[in-house]
Design a protein around this ligand. Structure first.
Ligand code: HAM
Length: 417
């Protein structure tokens, strides 16, 4: 029996890769326009990092991590998200010593032992940004505007931005207490999971997938519990967004599934994806760095799901620039032609022309078929006559026109076309 890829994973095939490469290219280009630099962190980390960073009462840490002991009995987890890793890397490499504000981006796989379905995988890709060192709401506005800019550069439409502020250490405890009291008064309405964890983390009721928030009716709203600085932070942020024309929906129940958030939280949703319509999640995490052993350092960032972005691009029929695999296909006619064709291909490639050649000595007709399949613009034919004349027969596939081009002129002639 053939071995299959593990459940929840899949191959991204050459026929689909252009969409992925394009999304990554647009991400790099837009993120770098805003002054963000790329960082690459390990795919696995100490389990402790996520337990402390993401939070031990979150679904991610409670049941979705790929965790194992290495040969020296250290507990290791495949990263379920990027923020904790980037914060660790920032601290470990003292990246904030050299600058007052640090702006980083990343592109890579994340792993969650989730129930696979359309748009939800066990290995999935995120592009994300993280900013350390500034709690100014203008930074929140920049991160939100950056996400919006990225989606518009991709040509995605029908996006919704849900926005909230979940309070800080001064005001959130009172809000959490109010939620706990409300839950306690309505215990019979809670699902088993929420009943088990509402004491430890009642915020989780708000994003319970079993619908506890709706079941509990009019839950307390964080907006009624904000301290003055949180209210001010949110109002200034909204001012920046309004001025720059970024639209959003305020949602006082948006809490997100990770524990490190404080103040600003937001999510991007996209139409046409069905249940898995959260295309990006984000927020401020002003206590995370301290939680990981560093000095108090504010931070904010987002992560966008590339798999879902690709599904949304398909659902919205967004045209993605496609590059054919080769521009030139060299047809090799006869054994003596191979060394000549091979050298010509190398010359073309060194001139930056995407070229391939025939290795299996088939008929000209079969070789032309391959050239067509590869969407080559030119076929360069090399046979006995061409070798004698030191001149290739070049056929333009679109028009069918043929001309003879001296071997030493080939690269130049084809580059100028
Ligand atoms: P998150 O909301 O857990 O946030 O994930 C961000 C995005 O990753 C989601 O909106 C979704 O598009 C995608 N995603 C998550 N799980 C899956 C899955 N199983 N299959 C496919 N796509 C998925 C975070 O990860 C935070 N680190 C975001 C952040 C960065 N907050 C601050 N900075």
């Amino acid at each position: 029996m053939e071995i299959q890829s593990p459940k929840g994973t899949r191959d991204i095939l050459p026929s689909e890769i252009h969409a992925w490469q394009w999304v990554e290219k647009v991400a790099r280009s837009v993120f770098e326009t805003y002054g963000y630099q790329e960082i690459r962190t390990p795919i696995f980390e100490s389990t402790e990092l996520f337990v402390r960073g993401v939070g031990d009462t979150t679904d991610i840490v409670e049941k979705e991590m790929f965790t194992f002991n290495d040969k020296a009995n250290r507990s290791i987890s495949l990263r379920p998200e990027g923020t904790a890793s980037v914060a660790r890397a920032m601290l470990q490499n003292r990246l904030l010593d050299a600058t007052s504000v640090l702006k980083l981006y990343y592109i890579g796989q994340m792993f969650r032992y989730d129930r696979p379905q359309a748009g939800r995988y066990r290995e999935f890709w995120q592009v994300g940004v993280e900013v350390f060192g500034a709690d100014n709401p203008a930074v929140d506005a920049e991160v939100i505007a950056l996400g919006t800019h990225f989606f518009s550069a991709l040509g995605l439409k029908n996006l919704t931005l849900r926005l909230n502020n979940i309070g800080d250490h001064a005001c959130r405890p009172k809000y959490v207490e109010a939620l706990r009291a409300h839950a306690e008064a309505n215990l019979d309405q809670l699902c088993g999971k929420c009943r088990g964890r509402y004491q430890r983390n009642p915020l989780r009721i708000l994003d319970c997938k079993n619908g506890c928030r709706v079941a509990l009716g009019d839950m307390p709203k964080v907006t009624d519990y904000w301290c003055a600085p949180c209210r001010e932070h949110f109002n200034v942020l909204k001012g920046h967004l309004d001025e720059s024309g970024v639209s959003y929906e305020q949602d006082p129940y948006l809490v997100r599934g990770l524990d490190y958030y404080s103040r600003t939280t937001f999510e991007f949703m996209v139409g046409g994806l069905g249940a898995q319509d959260a295309i990006g999640g984000a927020g401020r995490y002003d206590y995370l760095v301290e939680e990981l052993g560093g000095q108090p350092t504010p931070g904010i960032g987002f992560a966008l799901g590339v798999d879902r972005i690709i599904l949304a691009l398909e659902a919205q029929n967004v045209e993605i620039p496609i590059q054919s695999p080769v521009v030139v296909y060299i047809a090799v006619l006869g054994d003596e032609a191979m060394p000549v064709a091979f050298q010509l291909a190398q010359n073309l490639r060194y001139s930056g022309i995407r070229a391939d050649l025939e290795y299996t000595a088939r008929s000209l007709k079969a070789q032309m078929k391959t050239a067509n399949k590869l969407d080559a613009q030119y076929v360069v034919m090399i046979g006995e006559d061409e070798i004698k004349a030191k001149s290739a027969t070049v056929r333009e596939m679109g028009s069918g026109d043929q001309q003879s081009v001296a071997f030493n002129q080939l690269a130049e002639t084809l580059s100028s076309k």
